[in-house]
Write a protein that binds this ligand. Structure first.
Ligand code: CA
Length: 227
């Protein structure tokens, strides 16, 4: 059962969220201010946090920063304020996604599931844990990449992209699927993100980044790892 911590001071909204989430077999914890949210997050270890930014005792952005000091739990932000600046602040502070009030319960649940799924390790029991090419070695369990005798540092986003491709050798993964898995449903049209991050990965992993041998682009379609 997925445990959700709902941080919200609007008691009616909390009640509605609780009923809907419990009906879909989520376990629900609640906190009505930032201080309680931090305490419950630390003691109950939720699988995902649904966080209102307008709280009575502290700014939701600060709650995100404090949670991120010790946890990578997915955080989905709820807010009535919807300037893009605030959204960027929340995402920069470490939120995973953002839903603007008023929202439909279906949309919220879809985003919630996506946020949880993105944090799960897609490794079935019989999956290969170490993938080796002539150029680099990827350890999917230890989450480490090596080129020759030196380790390669990847950002979390680069790692997530690489992990999906490497776990599906030879298979074309669509742009849409990658955007959905790595950035979430809000970003499913942002193919420019993919181009930027794939270029970074190639610079770090390919001998000739402009003529990639392993991280292959299928123009207009998606990307493929060729082992
Ligand atoms: Ca509020």
């Amino acid at each position: 059962m997925i445990k959700v911590l709902v941080v919200e001071d609007d008691t009616q909204l909390v009640r509605a969220l609780k009923i809907n989430l419990q009906a879909r077999k989520f376990e629900v914890e609640t906190a009505s201010d930032g201080g309680n949210a931090l305490r419950v997050a630390a003691s109950r270890k939720p699988d995902v946090i649904l966080l209102d930014l307008g709280l009575p005792d502290m700014d939701g952005i600060d709650v995100i920063k404090r949670v991120r000091e010790s946890s990578s739990v997915p955080i989905l932000v709820l807010s009535a304020r919807h300037t893009s600046e605030e959204k960027i602040l929340a995402l920069d502070a470490g939120a995973d996604d953002y839903v603007t009030k008023p929202f439909s319960m279906d949309e919220l649940l879809a985003r919630l599931r996506a946020a949880v799924r993105r944090r799960e390790i897609p490794a079935p029991a019989d999956a290969v844990s170490v993938v080796t090419t002539d150029e680099f070695t990827v350890d999917l369990i230890a989450k480490k990449v090596r080129r020759g005798d030196r380790s390669v540092r990847l950002t979390p986003t680069e790692w997530h992209l690489l992990e999906i491709l490497i776990s599906n050798p030879g298979r074309l993964i669509s742009q849409r699927q990658l955007l959905l898995d790595v950035w979430g449903p809000t970003y499913s049209e942002h193919t420019n993100y993919l181009r930027v991050y794939m270029a970074q990965l190639r610079r770090k992993l390919e001998a000739d980044p402009s003529h990639p041998r392993y991280l292959i682009t299928e123009p207009g379609m998606g990307y493929r790892f060729e082992g």
